[in-house]
Design a protein around this ligand. Sequence first.
Ligand SMILES: [Zn+2]
Length: 228
Amino acid sequence: MKAPPPEAIGPPPLCGEITGRERNIPTLERGRYHRLHASGRRMARGWYDKAIQSFQADGAAPLEAFMFAWIALNAWGACVTDEDRDRAYVLGLAESQYLRSEFDKLRQTDKEFNAAVLQFAGFWPICDVRKLRELGLLHVRPEEEPRQSRVAFYLERGATVVAPECWLRHLAAGEDPTDWPHVLSALHRVRNNLFHGEKSADSEMDRSIVASAFQVLFRFMSSAELLG
Ligand SMILES: [Zn+2]
């Protein structure tokens, strides 16, 4: 079969489990951020700066650093997709050819970043902490249990609401996707879990997971110069 011309080769479509029922995925237009009023850009940049300051002050407790980085991504993402809905702008970011290509390039050129991505993916899937609670699975395993056996325990007992959403299908097919859309899906779950946890930290907001998520998110935002 004749190969398609190079300009026709784009990134593969997002996995159906990631898009779900969302039919209107917004298109990302980076120029929107450059046209944003100066105080809006200053606020977004301020959250980004707070993220690194927070991490430098207390890298051992990276929850705040991760949240500041996510808020900065949220501000930029809502602006460049012109979309307020959390799920919609995240899908717009996931689908962006620009971000997918920048992410791939950075992995190829920056060994430390690539290692950070692989380390983060080593924690996957990230379970929905609400589902774990509903199934009575929170705080029932020893803290020191290795991640993979803990996740296997959760999955065996029905905790199948996970991120990336398509992870179980990929696993069954022997695939291991760690591109931008799958990484963003897992980052989004980490962010959501932070607001569904209880007073005592649970496995899905373990500091090593959140620190790893921060490294991936912040390094990517820095390298891609999302906030100018
Ligand atoms: Zn997938």
